[in-house]
Design a binder for this molecule. Structure first.
Ligand code: GLC
Length: 849
């Protein structure tokens, strides 16, 4: 429910300012951003229970005849995943656009029936279906109940509204749900709503944000399961918000179907969920560099900012072109200045990648090719009477492509040559809620229609998919015009599964401390919703940060999966002209920015590999502690620390004036202060100092972090020497993936995987590697094994070859079969040739460590 709080009036006011400033004709001030208040379930209706009246075995599950002319289908998609559909008689089983894998090999399973209960058993789970009243229970193979219906209410329909009630206990935690506001990572106790909303300058308790991912992970007794309610209508999740005994989810309309997937590891749940809804592609490396953007950069600004980055030697890869590059906001056009080839040439010469924004709204403007073609071909979303829907966005009155139609997506994709011909490398989809300034609630009326004939859908049903389908069309443009390049699409709106097409930025956040703080749990939950490639506008979009805030923000920003500085137009910043480039806050903040951005570039091999895990297993890049440490309950509610990949934990400062903070170190690991080398046992909270330039970072002992020299942009230099930054206790391993980072050639086997291992063996340390895949023609000449916190060695050798001692880090990196001991740093560097066939043994004088 919307509280009539300051939040709404602010949203209304700011969006209205946005619109009035930009649109030539002042649009109506919007009243609310939702078509109607949250629709609650009728408590009487949900108390009516369904009964099972008949059972039929299916090839992959059972069909149940239910009372009230309903049927349930419970199908096993794998040994640990089931789809539950409850349908009104005659209704077909449903798959939304989220689902990328519909055909599954049926696992072996048994069905039995006794004492009023039907039981389905696979190797991993048991499903018990109670007949009177109807209810479902999921158990693990030891017979522990993982999830069960809350029998007082069960599941079914309240009129048109499908609903499911589930039992819970106080100790169950919930994660996921895509992009959510708030400062807590655990979503227990929250009322969540899903209806994609242009939520300019949202606040920490704004209920409806840009994306809708009706998927979550429940974690209880250290065991995790996933629940995906595949319903594209506006949906609601009451996560023990009313009682500690149950939670429930429901939608305004549509069918009741959900997927249950069992872990017990969160990691396995995500792997399965992203098998169902698709995994992100392996990203192009340049997209992992820093991006710089501002709404209202002039063409000159873009050039000047790009030049300044290079002059100051602050690494960056990409400049973004916001809406001003277009000819009066006509999509797929260039204004003279931004379209000037000289500008593009200059950026290319400085090795910048370029991204343009693209909005769905097409200016209603006879004579403009997009309008003419779309109109002639009947490509627009329609009013109920069949006329074209017209609504106002940046260009004034506009038409909205009906992306639900394949031919419209193809048409849209085909226009991207206009961008690509200027050398554009990536496309940024915005306003795809779709935002409509003069719409009744900042979008289209719910009865606008999409599709035709059998495929006709109302906006109400289609709303949450609009951005998803636009992202698909944009993604297809790459296939069409850059068939061997890895696409880069950035989007503001998503439904479940959109990770197949796009990365997500979290819209128009604000330069306020609580936004910095909120970005952490927000991104972590997005990551736990199958979308690893996520980021927030660094420094905040709306408003302007002060120096301290920007410094703290860039410290986090340098470690975001998607790392972009982006900020609002000066007109909207209420007169504040403060710029948001790293050098705009004075020397101290510039130095801090450079330090952390350089660190990102140093860590590029590690970051890229974290993305490979994301692409292969759905692993989040920015992980809540609970992701790796679900056996440690103290991690369940940690919202302001995160794992950056497998090995590094960050504990940022997110409050003004703070120079120290508490850090929880998860149990079962030894943690090393990345900056000082000090060691700490896990399972405790420590207090650490953090002056303005200091981001507390801890590394898990027994890890290896592959790094490289800093580059000014990715691809500036070949990767010839890979530094393996190692923190050894007993054994550290790393499986290093390498490919060209740009093309799809990896699909033809052009990649390498090398398993690296460092092991302590009594008085010596042994390093070995094993090539598991060798299809890529690597530039790698050597590894520099960097062993932190070790004594000076006596000798280093590989079989008969004696490695020679040299006298500096630079020398060791450039001298094959050499080592260097840095006394001050207590670090040993060993240069191992990439083609070293033997184990490298490092012997020490002293006793075993
Ligand atoms: C929206 C976007 C923002 C962009 C602006 C102008 O507010 O969220 O990122 O700069 O529109 O295109």
């Amino acid at each position: 429910m919307h509280k009539p709080s300051k939040k709404i009036s602010r949203l209304v006011a700011t969006t209205a300012i946005a619109a009035t400033v930009l649109a030539a004709q002042a649009p109506n001030v919007l009243a609310v951003t939702q078509p109607h208040p949250d629709q609650e379930l009728n408590q009487e209706a949900v108390k009516k229970q369904l009964q099972v009246e008949g059972v039929e075995q299916l090839e992959n599950g059972v069909k149940l005849d239910l009372s009230s002319d309903q049927n349930a289908f419970i199908r096993l998609f794998s040994e640990d995943m089931a789809k539950v559909s409850i349908l009104k008689e005659g209704e077909e089983e449903y798959f939304s656009e989220a689902i990328s894998k519909k055909e599954w090999d049926t696992p072996s399973f048994d069905v039995s029936e006794e004492k009023g209960e039907i039981t389905l058993t696979t190797d991993e789970i048991t499903i018990k279906i109670k007949k009177e009243p109807f209810g479902i229970k999921f158990l693990d193979k030891e017979g522990n109940v993982i999830n069960e219906d809350y029998m007082q209410n069960g599941s079914g329909y309240d009129g048109e509204k499908p609903y499911v009630y589930k039992k819970t206990t106080e100790d169950e935690a919930f994660y996921g749900f895509g992009e959510q506001s708030g400062l807590e990572v655990n979503q227990r106790g929250k009322s969540i709503g899903m209806f994609n909303t242009d939520a300019y300058a949202y606040e920490t308790d704004t209920k409806y944000l840009y994306t809708s991912i009706p998927f979550f992970i429940g974690l209880k007794d250290e065991k995790a399961y996933g629940m995906f309610f595949d319903n594209t209508n506006r949906s609601y999740f009451e996560m023990a918000s009313e009682s500690d005994d149950y939670y429930y989810f429901y939608a305004d309309d549509g069918t009741l179907n959900y997927y249950f997937m069992y872990g017990p590891e969160i990691e396995d749940v995500l792997d399965r969920y992203t098998e169902l809804t698709g995994k992100m592609d392996k990203p192009a490396k340049w997209t992992l560099g820093l991006h710089q953007s501002k709404w209202e950069y002039s063409a000159d600004d873009i050039e000047r900012v790009a030049e300044t980055y290079r002059e100051k030697e602050i690494p960056v890869d990409t400049m973004h072109f916001d809406i001003d590059y277009m000819d009066e906001y006509r999509v797929f056009t260039w204004s003279d200045k931004f379209g000037d080839d000289a500008l593009h040439q200059k950026l290319d010469d400085m090795n910048f990648k370029k991204i343009t924004i693209n909005d769905p709204a097409v200016k209603k403007d006879p004579g403009y090719f997009m309008y003419d073609e779309g109109t002639a071909n009947d490509y627009w979303a329609k009013n109920p009477d069949g006329s074209n829907f017209v609504g106002e966005v940046w260009p004034g009155d506009s038409m909205f492509p009906d992306f639900s139609k394949e031919e419209v997506r193809d048409w849209w994709a085909s226009k991207h040559d206009i961008l690509f011909d200027k050398g554009i490398d990536g496309v940024w989809n915005d306003m795809n809620e779709p935002a409509v300034f003069d719409g009744p609630y900042h979008t289209m009326p719910l009865d606008v229609t999409f599709g035709e004939g059998e495929n006709k859908r109302t906006h109400e049903e289609y709303h949450n998919l609009y951005g998803h389908d636009e992202a698909e069309a944009t993604y297809d443009a790459f296939e069409m015009y850059k068939p061997n390049e890895r696409p880069f699409v950035l989007t503001r709106d998503m439904y479940a599964g959109s990770q197949r097409y796009a990365a997500l930025w979290t819209g128009d956040n604000v330069s306020e401390w609580d936004h910095l703080e909120m970005s952490l749990p927000m991104n972590m939950n997005v990551g736990l919703s199958g979308v690893p490639f996520v980021g927030n506008d660094i420094g905040g979009f709306a408003g302007r940060p002060d120096a301290e805030m920007f410094a703290r923000w860039i410290e986090v920003g340098a470690f975001l999966p998607f790392s972009r500085i982006h900020y609002d137009s000066d007109k909207k910043a209420e007169g504040k002209k403060q710029a948001q480039e790293p050098w705009a806050f004075g020397q101290e903040v510039e130095d801090i920015s450079k330090k952390y951005i350089e660190m990102r570039y140093k860590l590029m091999p590690y970051l890229y590999n974290a993305f490979i895990d994301a692409a292969e297993q759905g692993t989040p890049v920015q992980q809540p502690l609970v992701y790796q440490f679900q056996d440690d309950e103290n991690t369940y509610n940690v919202s302001d620390q995160f794992m950056f990949g497998k090995a590094m934990m960050l504990a940022p400062i997110v409050e003004p004036g703070q120079t120290e903070r508490d850090v929880y170190l998860p149990e079962g690991e030894t943690w090393i202060d990345y900056w000082t080398g000090e060691e700490f046992d896990g399972g405790q909270t420590i207090t650490t100092e953090a002056q303005l330039d200091h981001l507390p970072i801890y590394v898990k002992k027994d890890s290896m972090i592959p790094t490289r020299e800093v580059q000014q942009y990715t691809g500036e230099k070949p990767l010839e020497n890979l530094v393996l930054d190692t923190y050894l206790d007993e054994k550290a391993t790393y499986s290093f993936y390498e490919d060209d980072g740009a093309t799809l050639d990896y699909k033809d086997g052009e990649y390498n995987v090398t398993d690296l291992e460092v092991k302590r063996k009594g008085k010596h340390i042994e390093f070995k590697k094993k090539e598991k895949a060798t299809g890529y023609d690597t530039d790698l000449e050597s590894y520099t094994l960097k062993l932190n916190g070790e004594e000076a060695p006596k000798r280093v050798r590989a079989a008969k070859a004696k490695y020679k001692e040299v006298s500096s880090v630079e020398e060791v990196k450039s001298t094959q079969e050499s080592f260097f001991y840095d006394k001050e740093e207590q670090a040993l560097y060993v240069n191992v040739p990439a083609d070293e066939k033997h184990k490298v043994k490092i012997f020490f004088n002293g006793k075993k460590k």
